[in-house]
Design a protein around this ligand. Structure first.
Ligand code: NAP
Length: 488
């Protein structure tokens, strides 16, 4: 085995998306180092670098979906489009002096803990790296999932995933088929319908959709936010609480309010779609919140354009010329777009991580993935995850979760600076935490809402989302309790 040429790092941050960059900024501010960020992509930005499909935007307002310690006063819209979010991340990295510390085009292949030296040896496609600690900012939404439909390789035309958009394919005047009706699909469908000769949308399950009310932020407001940071902070707080109450409005549990939220979404549908048959096809048969609740003002009107067909019959096979449905309907297509989401649990469990005493992460997680506060796993000293298991959100900005986790990890890294070699979560603290999560999950909307989603693993357990409010997570995770960790 070749020995890395350079001295060990204090911290290696994996991924230069929202969470990796947030961690890097806070490490720099706290004087923790030397550290480096590795990123498999050829640019920073994570999901906002990968997802360049037409119409890509964030469905959380930008003044909330941004770092509180790296604010931007002049967001152009309530819900900024992808290029603006990506530019924000680039500017934030640059302003915080991170660019020289980020190694792009460097893929994390795995890591093994060296107990004698109390170091991680990280394998990358550009050679090994030694580091005292690893912070994973890899997230779960970066391995595109392709559906297991017979004949998938047979199609002769261009076919690509929303997260790997092929911008060389001109869609103007083409017959385009798109599979999937999740958060990505409902953003791209209105854009595709504007250029395609015909768009066929293959829906397996209709999503719950609420009005979006997106709008440009007028220059006068932007200038006020620039001049008066307190006003901008108040706006952020207002948006936070507006979303936070959704945790109690049925977004995490079936409650009396679930029915009211559903009535609101049904009214949105009824107002937008007059045709009874189409409306029936677009009405979900599971509880709101069970899958991600989507927001759009354009999606329903788009489905009524003359050049758009909603196909709800299951797809039987993909052929050279297009798709055939289970009822035998043939759809001839020029292009197929997969808006079929990501392999989330696979992304985590395939991580080639070998901890103390040769324990492999996939074996530690043979019974389903889980981590103390979604951050630390017993048997894996000095290894921390941002947006790890059970720390995603359905109701509020995930950036709030990242900031809480960054503070927690910072506490652990700071503890390591006091001459300690390793910090590891105590197994009993992890078990206590996971028991709490599991008991809360039992009557959660994802388990009881009558649907299947990427939130659930193969055994039907939700190992991806936090089952409570952000404030509850803040109380639970913001400071690392040293009694729950073992320092050596
Ligand atoms: P997704 O929510 O997992 O949706 C995948 C879609 O593909 C679903 O409609 C699914 O149908 C469909 N599908 C999968 N296999 C199929 C098959 N064999 N036949 C027919 N349909 C099939 O993926 P996504 O839309 O990319 O979103 C993933 C996550 O990314 C979101 O939940 C969100 O967290 C994040 N995201 C966020 C934003 C944002 O604005 N913040 C935007 C995009 C994505 P079923 O529902 O029947 O399974």
């Amino acid at each position: 085995m070749t020995e890395p040429a350079s001295a060990p790092l204090a911290v290696l941050i994996v991924g230069a998306g929202f969470s990796g960059l947030a961690m890097a900024i806070r490490c720099r501010q706290a004087g923790i180092g030397p550290f480096q960020v590795i990123e498999k992509g050829d640019g920073l930005g994570g999901t906002w670098h990968d997802n360049t499909y037409p119409g890509a935007a964030c469905d959380i307002p930008s003044h909330l979906y941004s770092l509180s310690f790296a604010p931007k006063a002049d967001w152009s819209r309530m819900y900024a489009p992808q290029p603006e979010i990506l530019a924000y991340l680039r500017e934030t990295a640059e302003r915080n002096g991170l660019l020289p510390l980020i190694r792009l085009g460097t893929t994390f292949m795995g890591a093994a803990w060296d107990e004698a030296r109390a170091l991680w040896r990280v394998e990358t496609d550009r050679g090994p790296i030694l580091t005292r600690a690893i912070v994973s900012g890899m997230g779960g939404l970066h391995h595109p999932a392709y559906p297991d439909i017979p004949g998938r390789g047979a199609f002769k035309g261009p076919a690509f995933h929303t997260a790997a958009w092929d911008h060389s394919v001109d869609l103007a005047g083409k017959r385009v088929g798109i599979i999937g009706t999740g958060a990505s699909a409902i953003q791209v469908v209105p854009e595709l319908a504007k250029v395609a000769a015909h768009l066929t949308l293959f829906q397996r399950t209709p999503p719950w959709i609420m009005p979006k009310h997106d709008h440009a932020i007028p220059e006068i407001t932007r200038s006020r936010y620039r001049r008066l940071p307190l006003v901008r902070r108040l706006e952020r707080a207002r948006l936070f609480w507006l979303h936070e109450v959704r945790a109690f409005l049925g977004f995490t549990k079936v409650s009396k309010l679930t029915g009211q939220a559903e009535a609101l979404a049904r009214r949105h549908l009824a107002k937008a779609v007059r045709d009874k048959d189409l409306r029936a096809k677009l009405t979900p048969d599971y509880r709101l919140g069970c899958k991600r609740v989507l927001i759009s003002d354009e999606y329903y009107p788009t489905l009524q354009r003359p050049n758009v067909t909603l196909e709800t019959d299951g797809i039987a096979r993909i052929t050279e010329a297009g798709l055939t449905t289970e009822a035998g309907r043939i759809h001839d297509l020029d292009v197929i777009v997969y808006a079929t989401g990501f392999d989330v649990t696979g992304t985590f469990t395939r991580m080639n991580l070998v901890g103390r005493d040769g324990l492999r992460l996939k074996d530690a997680w043979s019974d389903g993935m889980g981590a103390y506060q979604g951050i630390s796993v017993a048997g894996f000293p000095n290894y921390f995850m941002l947006l790890g298991p059970n720390s995603g959100l359905g109701h509020n900005s995930v950036v709030s979760m990242i900031e809480i986790q960054v503070q927690h990890v910072l506490d652990c890294l700071t503890a390591l600076r006091t001459g300690r070699r390793a910090i590891e979560v105590r197994p009993e603290a992890q078990t206590r935490f996971l028991d709490r999560i599991r008991s809360r999950m039992a009557d959660s909307i994802w388990q009881a809402g009558g649907c299947r989603s990427w939130y659930l693993d193969a055994s039907g357990r939700n190992t991806t989302l936090w089952p409570d409010s952000v404030m509850a997570y803040r109380r639970s995770a913001r400071r690392a309790r040293m009694t729950d960790y073992r320092l050596s």
